[in-house]
Design a protein around this ligand. Structure first.
Ligand SMILES: Nc1ncnc2c1ncn2[C@@H]1O[C@H](COP(=O)(O)OP(=O)(O)OP(=O)(O)O)[C@@H](O)[C@H]1O
Ligand SMILES: Nc1nc2c(ncn2[C@@H]2O[C@H](CO)[C@@H](O)[C@H]2O)c(=O)[nH]1
Length: 432
């Protein structure tokens, strides 16, 4: 387990302790620190198209659109004929998140989902495996006869990305392939709202089963909302799922508005905090918000400039560490916001996956806390049952930095960890 993010001050995170036993690629629930992700297994097929192409196939720009097999085939015929397909990347919002987590933490995660039982060269499953970190444990995947999903990622000249999802067998994951012991030993379970749009398919029940196992075993649950029209269409069902099972909810500003009816991110986050413990709300060029709860007695005041929006002085307590609301005697809401790291990269190559990157940083901080607590239970870091290792403000910085890295590269997944030293920071910083 690597340390999450960077610190100027010395810390006492036991990174150098030797592991007592030989490492294995398979997760051992009683020995390893890991996160579990449940997802529709999807490979992203990237193609450059015109706006007219989207209109021709009735695809809504900027969103994730589900298409039937015939439409997917017609799209493929046209993309192939026009030679517009530039790349294949492993995708899936949670697949991306746990891959990035494993790259950042240099540690294990488990993917629950389906995989083609027979993998041909160049098939969607082949591309998926090729682009996934070897630290992602795939031993618990369910084999299926057909293909995994294909997310045709249509990039228009303005750089916007739109998905046409051809599901294949990605929604066949059944509840029998959710191993309770693996979920029970995790530092967190992370999944997404997408399975809700496949009502008659087994994946929805499999997701609920995984959430129930996590809930019964006090494993923090993390849900990301996916795309705004999915939230609009399944709002009531989503809200009841969130209220029943979810601790951490991640979304962008459009999904937050679809869920709450509030267009102001701070107001939306404050409303959502009535149902969950932590909210990660990314807002594109407006940066990101990380909001949650802490115990009144434990709150810590920021030394950053105080910010006001629809809520006055909202970031005042952002140096506090996140806690479950039910673990607080006197919970207070805490809000933190950060502008894009260095104003965003000079050239944005790809916005796809920037939100998934931010969530993987938050997961890293949560699992680092889990690891530290099992390694040093008597540390003052654990005087209260905190949910994450760092403060809201620090996690915001880290998540923002990871999003920047995704924006600056072509793929939606990190191919390596963050640089050991930032070129943008002067040498004196590193000597402190
Ligand atoms: N145009 C931009 N300029 C600067 N920073 C940006 C820009 N777009 C995104 N970012 C950074 O990336 C973070 C996440 O982006 P965004 O809100 O677009 O995520 P998202 O819509 O959830 O993306 P995805 O669903 O593709 O993962 C933002 O909080 C911000 O830090
Ligand atoms: N699980 C899942 N991921 C999706 C869907 N639509 C788009 N994505 C993924 O979202 C990622 C970007 O956040 C891309 O890599 C896509 O593969 C979907 O319907 N289900």
């Amino acid at each position: 387990m690597k340390f999450p993010g960077r610190r100027k001050l010395k810390h006492y995170f036991p990174v150098s302790q030797p592991k007592p036993i030989l490492p294995t690629s398979e997760v051992r629930p009683d020995k390893d620190t890991y996160v579990v992700g449940l997802d529709e297994t999807i490979v992203d097929v990237v193609a450059n198209v015109t706006d007219a192409f989207l209109i021709k196939f009735g695809i809504k720009k900027g969103l994730s659109n589900l298409v039937d097999a015939d439409t997917a085939a017609a799209i493929f015929v046209e993309l192939t004929a026009e030679q517009c397909i530039s790349d294949h990347f492993a995708g899936g919002t949670i697949g991306n998140t746990i891959h990035n987590y494993s790259v950042l933490a240099d540690d294990k995660s488990v993917l629950l989902g389906v995989m083609s039982a027979n993998i041909g060269l160049g098939s969607p499953a082949y591309h998926y495996i090729c682009h996934t970190s070897s630290k992602v444990d795939m031993n618990h995947l369910q084999g299926v006869a057909g293909d995994i999903g294909r997310g045709i990622t249509l990039i228009t000249p303005d750089g916007e990305r739109t998905f046409a999802i051809a599901p294949g067998d990605m929604d066949e994951l059944d509840a029998d392939h959710i191993p309770e012991s693996i979920v029970a030993g995790a530092a967190a379970l992370v999944t997404c709202a997408y399975p809700l749009r496949h009502q008659g398919k087994p994946i929805k029940q499999a997701m609920i089963q995984a959430l129930q196992y996590a809930h019964q075993n006090q494993v923090p649950t993390v849900l990301t909302l996916g795309t705004s029209h999915l939230v609009e269409e399944h709002r009531d069902e989503l809200l009841s799922l969130i209220k029943q099972y979810i601790n951490v909810l991640a979304m962008n500003e459009l999904e937050a508005e679809a869920l709450t009816g509030l267009s102001d991110p701070l107001e939306a986050a404050s409303e959502i905090l009535n149902y969950v413990d932590i909210v990660l709300l990314t807002a594109g060029p407006e940066g990101m918000y990380l909001c949650g709860h802490t115990e009144d007695e434990m709150k810590r005041e920021t030394t950053n400039p105080i910010k006001s929006g629809r809520l006055a002085d909202f970031n005042r307590w952002e140096f506090s560490r996140p806690m479950l609301r039910e673990a607080c005697q006197h919970p207070i809401k805490v809000f933190s916001h950060i502008d894009p790291y260095m104003g965003g990269p000079e050239k944005i190559r790809n916005t796809n996956g920037a939100g998934d990157g931010a969530l993987s940083a938050l997961l890293h901080d949560i699992s680092a806390n889990h690891f530290h607590k099992s390694a040093m239970p008597n540390s003052t870091k654990h005087l209260a049952p905190f949910l994450a290792y760092s403060s809201f403000a620090q996690i915001c910085k880290y998540a923002n930095r990871v999003s920047y890295e995704i924006l600056a590269q072509n793929a939606s997944r990190l191919s390596r960890g963050l640089p050991e030293r930032e070129d943008s920071l002067e040498e004196a910083y590193w000597e402190k």
